[in-house]
Design a protein around this ligand. Structure first.
Ligand code: FAD
Length: 525
């Protein structure tokens, strides 16, 4: 039977390595490629303007690629459970295909939509291609639990074997017998909205450094992979948080929206490695992609993964509620230039380097402000081009030493850390031009500059730029003690009820080296 099929694009906004799209094209007479602006995911309180712009770029690019296959993208607004029954009837749909998604909301949404599809006699086909591996298989191989250390995770992967090879994008021959019936009013009724349609004031927008879309993703991948020596020598701790142009690939927004398949990325790196000496996980480029898989598995296997409460691997900490501190951090007015420059870059560009994330996340939580990591997670979710449920939650738990990383006494200095890679403070001057006339000696600590220096720089601390909201040397020592107490409480609780300890519950078989141990060892070499 020839099908009338909806391929539901959610993430996976690409044609290459899209097995669910290929499944849609099999025995298909009519294809409706659909993207739903689901208000649960896409609303202006959760998604910042930069991410909206990125998404619109992705959708335009996808529509353009579909046109080359004589098809079009339909952008529909509404809740999927309300949208689909109408579409099933309107188009007389017999098959629905989509890429599998492991986030809790997506799983419950897809369950509801699958039930509705069955009620309408619609066959449902989904394929795994957002991650390199099948997360459920990883958890199954680890006795039903998420692996809690990177080493354990890699051991499990060895039993699973190499990732599948990516598949090519459909060619025009694959769609020669397939039609996408479109009305004359397609652009008006089912077209891609503009930022203005979505209620945004675009006058505040900065330069579009990372335009969305599959074509840009593949171009960026090619550009990065052409630097063969750089790819082979890539070691994350050796890259710089405050270089003036990114020192890592900035492929993450493309991987998050699925403009770039993680498997394609993996195998392209493998090709570059062929016959050459290269770095290894956890610090290599392959290692970075495995971190992604690691946190995805954690997100699948650990209940309440994006919360402290009810999350069995997360240390319970008596975080403070301090709206003023939180707002100062979010709005880049902590008075600590390195922190404020990073938060400015995040707001303007929607991307910051991984180690810059370390600095601001540690500062917000265990280092200085003692604010719950969930608050930071929300701000990142809003401001990042590539807010990713599992990666954001996992990394925030790591940085706040709530889970995965436990050396809470190792705190990043908001002054010394940035100086290591940018003595002159050029990065600070770029993002906080107000401070650009400060001499290098004071750029990280302008409050220490004599009044005459502040006057000459045209910036008086306390008037034009804030005084630091905390004294790092004092507060960080106090916070280490508070963290020590939280850890002691956790140990006492797990001694009282050993079966409830996170490691027992989550299937850690033996004590594995922490990643920070591995990084330190690498650094020493
Ligand atoms: P590269 O260094 O070039 O790495 C290549 C790919 O590996 C990335 O595209 C990404 O998919 C993956 N990757 C790299 N580092 C990590 C990591 N630590 N964890 C998981 N995957 C990784 N990344 C997101 O994509 N979305 C988020 O919401 C997010 N939130 C974060 C929050 C905090 C507090 C921290 C510390 C990190 C967060 N990260 C997040 C992870 C990481 O910082 C970014 O993925 C990475 O810095 C993006 O830069 P890049 O594309 O140049 O990556």
């Amino acid at each position: 039977m020839a099908h009338t099929c909806i391929h539901w694009f959610r993430k996976g906004l690409r044609l290459h390595d899209n097995p669910a799209l290929m499944a849609a094209l099999r025995d298909c007479k009519e294809l409706y490629p659909v993207f739903i602006l689901d208000p649960y995911i896409y609303n202006n309180t959760l998604v910042g303007i930069n991410r909206w712009r990125f998404l619109i770029g992705c959708l335009k690019d996808l529509d353009c690629s579909l046109r080359k296959l004589n098809s079009r993208l339909f952008v529909v607004r509404g809740k999927p459970e309300e949208v689909f029954p109408k579409l099933f009837e309107k188009w007389k749909v017999t098959k629905l295909t989509y890429e599998y998604d492991t986030e809790p909301y997506s799983l419950s949404r897809d369950k509801t939509v699958t039930t509705l599809a069955k009620e309408h006699g619609v066959e449902v086909v989904y394929k795994i291609s957002h991650t390199i591996h099948d997360m459920d298989r990883i958890i199954e191989e680890n006795n039903g639990k998420a692996p809690l250390t990177y080493n354990r995770f890699r051991t499990i992967l060895k039993t699973i074997g190499n990732p599948k090879k990516p598949i090519p994008a459909p060619a025009i021959e694959d769609t020669k017998d397939v039609k996408t019936p479109c009305s004359e009013n397609h652009d008006k009724n089912d077209g891609i909205p503009t930022l203005e349609d979505l209620g945004h004031d675009t006058t505040t927008l900065g330069e579009e450094k990372f335009p969305g879309g599959e074509q840009e993703a593949l171009r960026r991948l090619d550009e990065n992979m052409a630097r063969k020596d750089w790819v082979c020598k890539f070691e994350k701790p050796q890259t710089s948080p405050n270089s003036l142009s990114p020192s890592t690939t900035v492929l993450s927004p493309y991987v998050t929206f699925g403009c770039l398949s993680a498997r394609t990325f993996w195998w392209r790196v493998t090709e570059v490695y062929q016959g050459k000496k290269h770095s290894e996980p956890p610090v290599s480029l392959h290692g970075q992609l495995l971190w992604r898989e690691f946190y995805y598995a954690a997100g699948v296997g650990i209940p309440n993964f994006d919360k402290m409460e009810g999350n069995p691997v997360c240390t319970q900490v008596d975080w403070d509620t301090n709206h003023e501190y939180l707002a100062a951090w979010r709005e880049a007015r902590t008075g600590l230039p390195f922190i404020d420059a990073i938060m400015t870059q995040l707001r303007q560009e929607g991307w910051i380097h991984h180690l810059a994330r370390h600095a601001v996340a540690c500062f917000l939580t265990r280092g200085d402000l003692w604010i719950n990591w969930e608050e930071g997670q929300k701000v990142f979710e809003y401001l990042l081009l590539h807010g990713d449920w599992a990666l954001n939650a996992g990394n925030w738990q790591w940085l706040s030493a709530s889970a995965f990383f436990h050396q809470y006494f190792r705190v990043y200095s908001p002054v010394a850390f940035g100086k290591k890679t940018d003595k002159n403070g050029d990065y600070i001057k770029k993002y906080l031009p107000l401070l650009k006339k400060f001499p290098a000696q004071y750029i990280y600590e302008p409050w220490k500059a004599p009044r005459s220096v502040q006057q000459a720089a045209g910036c008086i601390v306390g008037k034009d730029y804030p005084q630091p909201i905390v004294q790092h040397e004092v507060i960080s020592k106090k916070n280490i003690q508070r963290m020590k107490l939280a850890y002691a409480k956790r140990s006492a609780e797990s001694a009282e009820s050993p079966n409830q300890s996170p490691s027992k519950k989550q299937g850690v078989k033996r004590k594995a080296k922490s990643v920070i141990d591995m990084l330190q060892k690498k650094d020493k070499k």
